[in-house]
Write a protein that binds this ligand. Structure first.
Ligand SMILES: [Zn+2]
Length: 87
């Protein structure tokens, strides 16, 4: 039985993209290390190197303070069908 894993290859995406500075305003970059509930992904899942994980963690925490990224997503706020609100 093959185990289905979400993250097959373990390599640092930031090293591959040759990024040496991660800006907290660049949400697109930070999203690579965020789960769908906006939690910081652990290094064992993303395969990021220590250097970049530290940079990303600082940037994400900074982005949360500036309200670019939510701290948590409440289960009550997760709507199954977003069009229900528009009605
Ligand atoms: Zn790296």
């Amino acid at each position: 039985m093959a185990e289905k894993r979400k993250f097959k290859k373990r390599y640092c995406k930031y090293c591959e993209a040759k990024i040496d500075h991660i800006d907290y305003k660049d949400v697109g970059l930070l999203k690579m290390s965020l789960s769908e509930r906006f939690k910081i992904m652990p290094r064992r899942l993303t395969g990021n190197c220590k250097k970049h994980q530290d940079l990303v963690t600082i940037a994400i925490k900074r982005a949360r303070q500036t309200a670019l990224i939510p701290y948590i997503i409440d289960r009550k706020n997760v709507v199954e069908n977003p069009f229900d609100i528009l009605r």
